[in-house]
Design a protein around this ligand. Sequence first.
Ligand SMILES: Cc1cc2nc3c(=O)[nH]c(=O)nc-3n(C[C@H](O)[C@H](O)[C@H](O)COP(=O)(O)OP(=O)(O)OC[C@H]3O[C@@H](n4cnc5c(N)ncnc54)[C@H](O)[C@@H]3O)c2cc1C
Length: 403
Amino acid sequence: MVSFELTDDHRLLEQSIREWAGREVAPRIHDLDRAHRFDPGIVPQMASLGLLGISVPAEYGGAGMDYIALGLACEELEYVDTSLRVILSVHTALNSLTLLAWGTEDQKQRYLVPQAQGTRLASYGLTEPSAGSDARGIQTVAIRRGDRYVLTGEKMWISLADVADQFLVFAWTDLEKKKQRDPTGISAFIVERAYKGFSSGTLTEKWGILAGNTGFFKMDDVEVPRENLVGREGEGFKIAMFALDQGRYTVAAGATGLIRACRDASVAYAGTRKAFGVEIGSHQLVKEMIAQMESDYEAARLLWLRAGWLKNLGRRNTKETGLAKWFATVASERAASDAVQVHGANGYSDEYPVGRFYRNCKGAVIYEGTREIHKIMQADYLLGYRTDRPARCTLPAWTRETP
Ligand SMILES: Cc1cc2nc3c(=O)[nH]c(=O)nc-3n(C[C@H](O)[C@H](O)[C@H](O)COP(=O)(O)OP(=O)(O)OC[C@H]3O[C@@H](n4cnc5c(N)ncnc54)[C@H](O)[C@@H]3O)c2cc1C
């Protein structure tokens, strides 16, 4: 039986994030954004709300909530600012849920537990200066030397690059396969900032998600213990794609929150601003923009909810999650552009939040699979050029934990 009812736990979660973000972040976000400042003080607050390990089982230090709760949290966080949701995307979805599915028990104890408790911050390093959509084009290598791997390379456009404690990093372990671009030569590693030869920096010319940290890190002969290999040698590409199934889900839900923020700001403004003697909301063309935001919001929400429902059941959801991400991010760009339009010249100023929404939404149309990559994926499924083969490790289905 399909149910569209949220549980009491879901509603309580939504309410507590709404109250916290409204009280602690909303009054400051304009200034943080203008100052291009990531506030590290927000992270422990999110941890104390249980958000950093929201869908991680309690046995690994998490809140043990279902994957719908993760989506709801993302929607609420991005309603206030994209930078908040990005923390959940890279730390919880791309990194922690990957360790939950693919990590050894030792890795879960050493890395997943502190991440879920929020005492260590994590991120995900796939993109490089010369390879984004084309992940097989990465140049980072990991050479096996005794009981260690020596990693050399540079990762670029990495969220939380300058603040995270540890990263899930992808590198070639088979140099012959690298030459042939055979992705079974890529492996995944946990790399700590504290390792010798690791350095990072912040990208200062970015023009959106300004209250978030985005940067690069370099690995110069970084020695990584063999125990930090995630999965088996050669499984890195599969692990990277698995992680994106969870990351894209959070991006979809977050973009849905951004559409709602655009809608609410536009409705409020259209009810007060007057033109030609009437509220602008009574002009049909303004109504059209607001109606489009509402239909995009509802459709985007249903798509991510369906993906979350599949995750709860432990079913493969790469296609559904990709569709949700593609639809919600493209719709959020439309909503943000129209929200600025509804606000007229005032929308073109940082005095109103819609300009920030407009700058923030574009990133999500690029990261975790560009709009074009997602279009190609959907067509390829339909045309039979793409099918999902069963994976060795899967995201565990959600089971209610008895206290
Ligand atoms: C704010 C932000 C945060 C990010 N955070 C992270 C992170 O935490 N970790 C991480 O690993 N990465 C991160 N990224 C990087 C992101 O994932 C990449 O930017 C993305 O994968 C696209 O790669 P690219 O920028 O190299 O663009 P390219 O791959 O060079 O693409 C350029 C253009 O060509 C198009 N294109 C490419 N290939 C095709 C094709 N086959 N068919 C049609 N069109 C194509 C693309 O759609 C795009 O329009 C982040 C990016 C941003 C902007």
